[in-house]
Design a protein around this ligand. Structure first.
Ligand code: HSE
Length: 457
């Protein structure tokens, strides 16, 4: 039962001045598109709140845009505007440059020039860092400046901070994530609304998730850029985008999504960085995951990352994987970090890739085909076939064990059944041998469809 204590009203006296006393952090912004525009907007809207946390105001002092006419009405009068980004990176009054022009050519040049000029850099450009991160971090180390990139991976999710700082006590075993919003939207549409890949892609383009040329997203390259960054932070290995096995989702058919669902799985494009006894595997692949796994419930353009580590165990991080203000949230968090740490000695700051430079070392990398896992096989049979009687012998010959076998018909081809197999974990070379033998059988039509099953446990 509640009691009335007749408590007298509390008198709250503010003892902390809410106006920061340090001089503002002066920011030069390259580009005022999605990321730059979002950053400008959120910084202006939440200026006082951010200053209360950072201990100083964070001010956009200079902006470079291609078309100054277009933005002149948008930016405040006291912001210097230019159409020459090289003027910004060399301006003596700026502390930090936010690179939000994208790409890997001019962006690389501008970032390196900023560093050479002694400026800290914040970027959400994962392609730039995946391809040129080693060079950029090395230049930044020599100059004693920060390069922060929280927005480069799963924008709204502070996963770089989680790996670099929150999980710093842990030996990380694996990181697995849905780290591309566009492909997750497409696969979600295929599952929930029965769309085929092309129609779902058009829908993603209509909603602004997918670019007109969707290759970076649907072919897995964007996710591979992000995975390379995650892997370095998780394992202390140099950035190795070239070691990521990359497969996109173009070959995922609507009926595979449907069959997987009937077997109790969802198909997701996963980025996995995994430590095994033989080395590290980096792979971006569409894979079946059990429907009751939390990652299977990540729908639409949302992202999520699971990290398995020795002390914390399994942790998971979820949030929007794209969007102007969602990326701004990460970019501004980086600016606040710059503000907090710019006056301390470089060796006491958080290392770029979580590990001290002297402790970073290459480790053996293993090919995706050498990672044992379970597999999903779809075998299309000729019209009127009752099954594949040779299957048991073929499985025995290849040394592959099954955990499930189903004979199903799809509504589009009711007379031509399909055999679905889920194998026990094993090496891919045995599966390849099995598939080659199956495809030689007279009752089998076309190529056998193969996808990994990832149980993530
Ligand atoms: N194209 C990216 C995605 C945007 O779909 O996830 C954020 O990196």
């Amino acid at each position: 039962m509640c009691q009335n204590h007749n408590a007298s009203p509390l008198t709250i006296q503010s003892t902390v001045a809410s106006v920061p006393t340090q001089r503002p952090l002066r920011v030069g912004l390259l580009g005022l598109g999605t990321v730059g525009g979002g950053t400008y907007r959120v910084l202006r809207r939440n200026a006082q709140l951010i200053a209360d946390r950072a201990g100083r105001r964070i001010e956009i002092s200079m902006v470079a845009v291609r078309d100054m006419e277009r933005v002149v009405a948008v930016v405040d009068d006291d912001v210097m505007l230019t159409d020459d980004p090289f003027q910004v990176v060399q301006h003596p009054d700026l502390d930090v440059i936010v690179e939000s022009i994208g790409g890997t050519t001019i962006a690389r040049e501008l970032v390196l020039l900023s560093i050479a000029a002694g400026k800290h850099v914040v970027t959400a450009n994962k392609a730039l860092l995946a391809l040129h991160g080693t060079e950029i971090f090395s230049a930044a180390r020599a100059q004693g400046v920060m390069v922060a990139y929280e927005g480069a991976v799963a924008v709204s999710i502070p996963i770089i901070k989680a790996l670099r700082e929150g999980l710093t006590a842990n030996r990380i075993n694996w990181v697995a994530g849905i780290i591309n919003g566009t492909t997750n939207f497409i696969l979600s549409e295929m599952k929930s609304n029965g769309l085929d890949f092309d129609t779902a892609l058009q829908e993603a383009q209509r909603k602004g998730y997918a670019e007109q040329d969707p290759a970076f997203d649907v072919d897995g390259i964007d996710a591979a850029h992000k995975l390379a960054l995650l892997a370095s932070n998780a394992f202390g290995i140099p950035l190795q985008f070239g070691c990521v096995h990359v497969e996109g989702i173009r070959a995922v058919e609507q009926r595979d999504v449907e069959f997987a669902k009937r077997l109790g799985f969802a198909i997701k494009l996963l980025g996995i960085a995994q430590r095994t006894a033989d080395g590290i595997s980096l792979r971006v692949q569409p894979a079946l995951i059990p429907s009751d796994n939390l990652l299977a419930h990540v729908q639409g353009s949302m992202n999520a990352v699971m990290v398995h580590s020795d002390a914390a165990g399994l942790t998971m991080y979820y949030g929007a994987g794209a969007g102007a203000e969602q990326t701004a949230s990460a970019v501004i968090a980086d600016l606040v970090d710059v503000s907090r740490f710019m006056d301390i000695a470089h060796q006491h700051r958080v290392p770029y890739l979580a590990f001290q430079e002297s402790a970073m070392a290459p480790q053996a990398m293993i090919a995706s085909a050498d990672v044992c896992s379970s597999y999903y096989l779809r075998i299309d049979l000729r019209s009127g076939a009752q099954g594949l009687p040779e299957l048991d012998q073929l499985l025995c010959n290849a040394g592959v064990q099954l955990v499930q076998k189903e004979l199903l018909a799809h509504q589009d081809t009711p007379d031509a059944p399909t055999v679905l197999l889920l194998t026990a974990p094993g090496p891919q070379d045995k599966i390849d041998e099995l598939i080659a033998a199956i495809e030689l059988q007279a009752g089998v039509v076309g190529a056998v469809k193969l996808m990994r099953v990832e149980y993530l446990n």
